[in-house]
Design a protein around this ligand. Structure first.
Ligand SMILES: *[C@@H]1O[C@H](CO)[C@@H](O)[C@H](O)[C@H]1NC(C)=O
Ligand SMILES: *[C@@H]1O[C@H](CO)[C@@H](O)[C@H](O)[C@H]1NC(C)=O
Ligand SMILES: *[C@@H]1O[C@H](CO)[C@@H](O)[C@H](O)[C@H]1NC(C)=O
Length: 234
């Protein structure tokens, strides 16, 4: 009886092993087949193919969405142009991730190689911020201010973006006067001391709006005239 039991156990062990091997085999096949079938034939019009990507992040698996096409974008803008509002709007979509001003840190834009390294990591979808959504993200990008290294390396950046198939969204104030005021507010913020840790030209409450309004009447009018003059001279 003991021998029979032992034999039974052995058979069980063998078949268990076989099942395990089979399931492993199946997983391998399963992982390869959808990749080839779905990604080779995505629901994307052929003219859009250069602009979609199937990134493979190192940090996690895109799981069942690994064959969902991802579009890359960058919002190029200036401070005080409504880009924060625009980005919040984009991020309210469940499948769009815009990751803020990633080049506000100097070490990321020190030279073109650190810029490319940062961009590579971002567009590999390995950049995890609070805006990161899930493995099914369909559009991934960030916000880049012109004064954050963009103008210093514009040729190299342009060829990188072209090669990578990144869509560039230019966001500027259409109204020249408002754009000028934005530029002035930036200049003012750069030089002016921050008030309790916040920029003066950022408003956070109704009282701040009215106090900024008062303050701006004093700043903007003279500076506008000066800028106007220097522009005319040019
Ligand atoms: C987000 O992506 C998932 C997975 O591709 C899709 O099922 C869903 O419909 C998308 N949501 C929206 C609002 O497009
Ligand atoms: C580029 O900047 C990075 C980070 O600041 C630095 O470590 C690296 O040495 C720099 N490379 C060159 C070629 O200057
Ligand atoms: C700065 O913060 C302190 C403490 O919160 C407050 O008492 C003070 O009024 C603030 N100053 C301005 C100029 O808002």
């Amino acid at each position: 009886v003991f021998l029979i039991a032992l034999f039974g156990l052995y058979v069980c062990y063998l078949s268990f092993n076989q099942i395990r091997m089979e399931s492993k085999h199946g997983e391998e096949n399963g992982a390869q087949e959808p990749n080839e079938h779905v990604c080779a034939n995505p629901y994307v019009p052929s003219e859009e193919l250069p602009y979609v990507h199937f990134p493979q992040p190192k940090g996690y698996s895109r799981a069942e969405c690994s064959c969902n096409p991802v579009r890359f974008f960058v919002i190029v803008s200036m401070q005080r142009s409504g880009s924060g509002w625009f980005e919040t709007l984009l991020n309210s979509h469940p499948n769009i991730s815009s990751n803020g001003e990633i080049f506000n840190r100097v070490d990321r834009r020190q030279n073109i190689s650190s810029i490319v390294q940062t961009l590579d990591k971002l567009y590999d979808l390995d950049w995890l911020t609070s805006a990161a959504k899930n493995e099914c993200t369909a559009a991934f990008g960030f916000k880049w201010m012109l004064n954050q290294g963009f103008m210093d390396h514009h040729d190299d950046i342009l060829s990188y973006l072209n090669k990578k198939g990144v869509s560039v969204i230019f966001l500027f104030r259409r109204n020249t006067l408002r754009r000028l005021i934005s530029v002035l507010a930036n200049n003012y913020d750069r030089d002016a001391k921050q008030l309790n840790g916040t920029h003066k030209s950022h408003v956070h409450s109704e009282e701040e709006v009215s106090s900024m309004h008062r303050e701006f009447q004093n700043i903007v009018t003279p500076v506008l005239i000066i800028s106007g003059r220097s522009r005319m001279k040019c």
